[in-house]
Design a protein around this ligand. Structure first.
Ligand code: CO
Length: 140
């Protein structure tokens, strides 16, 4: 069995210029329930989660000019930013990827939205797609 065990798409991350305006679009126009909003100081972003089936849309906007998301927004404008796969055991998943020679942005998990544990894989190692692993804090 592959020890990675990617279980599902936890969320798709979109970089937005205005969190309020984007929440209005996704909640009020597209009809997705807003379930969470959080300032992630360490990552220099504010984020919101909207439910879609068993997955989420994650809207992220920079709150610091030196964050990676701020650079993304400045260089490419708003748009698709990353895909996040849900795992049960992020430590085992990272160990498995390290052993396979995967280039990681995060060698160790960091704290993500809603108390989850997250780690990013380098986009150059995943066909140009910034890829996140998420071990949720709780069942939802
Ligand atoms: Co994410």
């Amino acid at each position: 069995m592959n020890p990675l065990r990617l279980r599902s798409i936890d969320h798709t991350g979109m970089v937005v210029a205005s969190l309020d305006e984007s929440i209005t679009l996704y909640r009020d126009v597209l009809g997705l329930p807003l379930v969470h909003r959080e300032m992630l100081t360490e990552q220099g972003v504010e984020a919101a989660l909207l439910n879609i089936g068993d997955s989420h849309i994650e809207l992220i906007t920079p709150v610091r000019a030196d964050s990676g998301v701020a650079r993304f927004l400045a260089e490419r404008g708003p748009g698709l930013h990353h895909i996040a796969y849900r795992v049960n055991d992020i430590d085992a998943a990272l160990a498995s990827l390290s052993a396979a020679g995967m280039r990681l942005i995060d060698e160790q998990p960091r704290t993500g939205i809603r108390g989850s544990r997250v780690a990013f894989l380098h986009p150059k190692a995943v066909g140009g797609v910034l890829t996140e692993l998420v071990e949720p804090a709780t069942h939802r």
